[in-house]
Design a protein around this ligand. Structure first.
Ligand SMILES: [Zn+2]
Ligand SMILES: [Zn+2]
Length: 244
């Protein structure tokens, strides 16, 4: 819970989203939370991503501030219907960026203004209403660029770019198969590009059968015993002929 700008910041997102869904679908219960890691879309969940969002960043190493109009948030959405009440769940992952001045920079969380938060959550609510409640499709509101953004997008220090998710790709609803790595036990801060693009090696290392250890079969064991006996008999015969 320490990530995403602290408890209050996260609480602001959660409460606003719950209220927004209550306005539209008062009979249903919706909840928003952050994802523990950048995971592929789980089975039975829908994937939705908002791009080109304006956010501010601050380096925890050198305190440098920068703005970006290329922030992005990934949402995984699940809708559970029952006989008396529908429930919905949203998990979000805010893509992070690194300071370009520090060589050992860590990924920093984006900070969104109140206005950007409203835009993003409205777009999210509209998408849910369209996909889960069959309401008419609405064009997403663009996110305002609130301050000067210097230079082109810094792709090398953008988490979404590193996973090939900064640019628009056409992913079908609901079974989006993202191209970024499989879930890992590693914390995201430690992710390197080479590690994240080798999704199944960890699994294979743990569960694959070792190939270097070869156990002799029963027939091979017998052959070894017979060869040993043959050598012993030859030696005995040799000794016997010597002492005759
Ligand atoms: Zn820095
Ligand atoms: Zn990017």
């Amino acid at each position: 819970m320490s990530r995403r700008g602290g408890y209050n910041e996260l609480q602001r997102w959660k409460e606003r989203f719950v209220l927004l869904m209550k306005e539209h679908e008062p009979q249903d219960v919706w909840a928003l939370d952050v994802s523990e890691a950048l995971n592929p879309c789980p089975h039975g969940w829908y994937q939705y991503q908002q791009r080109r969002l304006f956010a501010r960043f601050e380096c925890s190493g050198c305190s440098k501030h920068w703005n970006s109009a290329w922030s992005s948030i990934l949402f995984h959405i699940r809708f559970l219907g029952s006989w008396d009440q529908n429930q919905g769940q949203v998990k979000m992952w805010m893509f992070r960026q690194k300071c370009r001045r520090c060589t050992m920079a860590r990924y920093e969380e984006p900070v969104f203004s109140e206005k950007a938060l409203e835009t993003i959550l409205h777009n999210l609510a509209w998408k849910i209403l369209e996909k889960s409640y069959g309401e008419a499709k609405r064009n997403p509101r663009p996110c305002d660029v609130e301050e000067v953004v210097e230079g082109p997008h810094d792709e090398r220090n953008c988490e979404a770019c590193q996973h090939g998710m900064c640019v628009e790709t056409h992913t079908p609803w609901p079974k989006a198969k993202p191209t970024y790595p499989a879930p890992s036990m590693e914390r995201k801060e430690n992710f390197t590009r080479s590690a994240s693009f080798a999704p199944s090696t960890e699994w294979e290392r743990v569960f694959a059968r070792p190939v270097s250890v070869t156990r002799p079969t029963e027939g091979e064991e017998w052959q070894q015993i017979l060869a040993f006996l043959f050598v012993v008999i030859v030696c005995l015969l040799f000794l016997a002929s010597y002492f005759r």
